[in-house]
Design a protein around this ligand. Structure first.
Ligand code: ADP
Ligand code: TYD
Length: 206
């Protein structure tokens, strides 16, 4: 089973992924947790380029780099893990490209879907959770607006509030248009409430 978590930065995805992993392992499942971009040597190198670069990266180049990292991850790690019977949980997947590069940067959605279909050879998640939170609350949680400046925003996080508003809205629209198992989670709820919702939904698919 392939499960993906989506939502703007700071919406609480990693927290719930960890809780879901622990729950599934208590039920004796083997779980592989991955993050995008990353999860293998080549994709982590592409991640550095995408997040740490001080150079301007053109939207089309950005899309292709995220998608290239995904192609490597799918082929090298996700498909083998699924074949071995693992439950694979991925922190972001194709919907991030649709939301960030499509709705956020303004690239055509159809092209993004087509390029990603090629890159992943058609691998689609069994379950997707979209964490919906206001841009303001997410930024506060992610810490990149705090005065102490402990957390320095990465290149994507420097894209501004209007970009994240479009991205957040993009997630809602893509969920409404999709013909697969996508669940919108009200990410302003408590960690425990969200954990219960996620476990109930995943439990139905086990
Ligand atoms: P993401 O992976 O989406 O960037 P995180 O899981 O890292 O988000 O969460 C960002 C911050 O918000 C963390 O400090 C985390 O402890 C906190 N957090 C996560 N979920 C909740 C929640 N439901 N309520 C309040 N704070 C939360
Ligand atoms: P990361 O720190 O992993 O995300 P988060 O802050 O949610 O924990 O950073 C990944 C960044 O890359 C994040 O800003 C979303 C962005 N991204 C895209 O723009 N397109 C994509 O296809 C993917 C996978 C990520």
């Amino acid at each position: 089973m392939f499960i993906t978590f989506e939502g703007i930065d700071g919406s609480g995805k990693s927290t719930q992924i960890q809780l879901l992993k622990e729950w599934l392992e208590r039920l004796d499942h083997t779980v592989t947790v991955l993050r995008e971009p990353g999860g293998n040597v080549v994709s982590e190198q592409i991640r550095q380029l995408l997040l740490d670069s001080t150079e301007h990266i053109e939207p089309r180049c950005e899309l292709l780099l995220f998608t290239a990292a995904r192609a490597q991850l799918v082929s090298k790690v996700i498909r083998p893990a699924l074949k071995a019977g693992h439950i694979v949980i991925c922190d972001r997947y194709i919907d991030s490209s649709v939301a960030y590069q499509g709705y956020g940067r303004g690239l055509p959605i159809d092209d993004i879907v087509r390029i990603n279909d090629f890159a992943t050879a058609g691998l689609i998640p069994d379950i997707t959770f979209i964490f919906d939170l206001t841009v303001d609350d997410a930024a506060k949680r992610a810490g990149f607006r705090s005065n102490d400046n402990k957390t320095k925003p990465d290149r994507m996080e420097q894209s501004g509030d209007a970009f994240f508003e479009r991205t957040k809205q993009g997630y809602i629209e893509l969920a409404q248009n999709a013909n697969r198992n996508i669940f919108i989670i009200h990410a302003g709820d408590s960690m425990h409430d969200i954990r219960d919702q996620v476990e109930t939904i995943v439990g139905r698919f086990l």
